[in-house]
Design a protein around this ligand. Structure first.
Ligand code: GDP
Length: 530
């Protein structure tokens, strides 16, 4: 590349902010996504982008399942412009059973917004997702949502964050008025006060007005004094902005607001632009950083089929890690060495697709006809590279799957192979069980429902599932497989995706007995998903 082209890549990369929202169901992630999109003026009315009810054009059956259960099983990407920046917001599945998917999404972001419900604070799924961010070194911005309705005290919430996960809160704004009696926000750095007024006529959006301190003090003397006391306390305990602590995951900037009333949402975007890191050089599998201006390369973090009946294809989501991506480029699939044509590159949000002509580090490109690609794979244009694969979670639920209809075994086999490739579920096999009755391993039982529904609707292969009485799995090897073959309440199977042997146990007690009996056998734990 010429210096000029390099400079353009670096320039475009510096404008990018790629992030995901981590939260517990109901904290307001969908509402916040809509509010963010409204600020970017990408869409004209909330709901058109990501509304849970009345979502337009969602046609496939398993999306129907998602809709009726009110859970999000698919991931999509929203790209929009804000100020001089390009924001990529990656959607994470909301349900705990899909934490494997979420884990993969978090491998593709540079920052995360931890969304807390002001009345509930840190909830179980937020904690799990935060752990993933921490283990991947993803810096976290905290948004305390639903401040428009009664909740806990601000200081108490901050204390919970610090005590529970050891993350030092650095409030950037401070609320005037307690949760439920929300008057406005004080900027900590400048002391500027913005009052929020709910619009008349039942509209939920609030209008923001900058009010001088004297007026605010006169109007809300008690709240004003309380806020000043709290701000003083924050200064005393050193809860102040520190960039290094944020980027190294020791501290989190905290913002207060209400996604539903559109309070603090623009401030969150400003924080992302001003404080969150732009895409940085990514380490390859050998630990060497791939320079941003190196030839085009990207990481596949998600593969999905059946997103839309009208597009019966399989789409891989590629996060660009270096260079400029141009539609039509032929990339090399690092794992197989085969070429991959990108004529049909798209950006995807929900079922809306537009063609992508070019993309830069931090951007997400949807690649159709991606049958050979799996999550964790690398694509590059020249100058070969391989990024580290994304680890699989420890499964805790197991079931034997069989085709109901002997005439459909071919479809069944193809379906299982594809769902395994997409990493919708882990597929385990053994000679003893044979090809017609593989074992499916899931982090959460809802994954079984997705597999069953997709086998039936997409592959025309109705199946039965029989749950197996195993609860815990460890990675072992061929020797382990031989040694453990005669143990009761234990079974060793081989995983399709990577050829690893998994030893399954009925419970921890049984596993401990086996480990004691065979101290030399490999028995490695996997990342915990729940
Ligand atoms: P998700 O499950 O995290 O995507 O949560 P939703 O965005 O669907 O929100 C869950 C519920 O909380 C919905 O009824 C929202 O209207 C409500 N909600 C979200 N944000 C706010 C907020 O700032 N204030 C209030 N009062 N309600 C909110």
């Amino acid at each position: 590349m010429t210096d000029q082209q390099d400079a353009r890549v670096l320039d475009e990369t510096a404008r990018r902010r790629t992030f995901a929202v981590i939260s517990h169901p109901d904290a307001g992630k969908s509402t916040l996504t809509e509010a963010l999109a409204l600020h970017a003026e990408v869409i004209d009315s909330a709901g058109a982008v990501h509304g849970k009810s009345g979502r337009k054009g969602v046609t496939s059956d398993w999306m129907e399942m998602e809709r009726t259960r009110g859970i999000s099983v698919s991931s999509a990407v929203l790209q929009f412009a804000y100020r001089d920046n390009v924001i990529n917001l990656l959607d994470t599945p909301g349900h705990g059973d899909f934490s494997e998917d979420t884990y993969r999404v978090l491998a593709a972001v540079d920052a995360a917004v931890m969304l807390l419900d002001a009345a509930k604070g840190l909830e179980p799924q937020t904690l799990k997702l935060f752990d993933v961010c921490r283990s991947r070194g993803v810096p976290v911005i905290t948004f305390v949502n639903k401040w428009d309705r009664p909740g806990r005290e601000a200081l108490e919430l901050l204390d919970e964050v610090e005590q529970t996960i050891g993350l030092r809160p650095m409030p950037m704004t401070w609320p005037l008025g307690i949760a439920g009696q929300f008057k406005g926000l004080i900027e900590r750095e400048t002391g500027e006060y913005t009052a929020f007024l709910r619009a008349a006529g039942g509209a939920t959006k609030a209008t923001a007005t900058v009010v001088d301190a004297e007026t605010a003090k006169a109007e809300e003397p008690l709240y004003w004094q309380a806020a000043q006391d709290e701000l003083e306390l924050l200064d005393e305990i050193g809860a102040v902005w520190d960039e290094k602590d944020f980027l190294t995951g020791k501290a989190t900037p905290v913002l207060f607001g209400s996604a539903l009333s559109n309070i603090g949402v623009a401030r969150l975007l400003d924080t992302l632009v001003d404080l969150a890191p732009a895409p940085a050089p990514r380490p390859d599998a050998e630990g060497h950083d791939r320079p941003l201006a190196a030839p085009t390369a990207g990481l596949v973090f998600k593969v999905q089929a059946g997103m839309d009946r009208a597009h019966r294809d399989r789409m891989a989501f590629l996060r660009i890690c270096s260079g400029r991506f141009e539609r039509g480029m032929v990339l090399t699939h690092a794992e197989t060495g085969k070429p991959f044509a990108t004529k049909y590159a798209q950006s995807v949000f929900g079922n809306q697709r537009t063609t992508v002509e070019e993309a830069f580090p931090g951007d997400i490109v949807g690649l159709v006809n991606a049958n050979a690609l799996r999550p964790g794979d690398t694509l590059y244009a020249s100058d070969p590279v391989e990024f580290p694969t994304i680890p699989a979670f420890a499964p805790e639920h197991f079931a034997v799957v069989r085709c109901k209809d002997a005439g459909k075994t071919k479809q069944f086999r193809r379906g299982i192979e594809q769902l395994g490739n997409e990493a919708v579920i882990q597929v385990l096999r053994s000679d003893l069980r044979g090809d017609q009755a593989p074992v499916l391993a899931a982090v959460g039982p809802l994954q079984f429902d997705v597999v069953t529904a997709r086998l039936e609707t997409e592959f025309n292969a109705p199946v039965t599932l029989d749950r197996l009485p195993f609860q815990i799995a460890r990675l072992t090897d061929a020797e382990g497989a031989a040694a453990l073959s005669a143990q009761s309440e234990t079974e060793v199977l081989r995983r399709d995706s990577d050829g690893e042997y998994l030893a399954l146990f009925s419970n921890k007690w049984r596993m401990d007995i086996v480990i004691r009996k065979f101290p030399d056998v490999r028995m490695d734990a996997m990342p915990a998903g729940s």
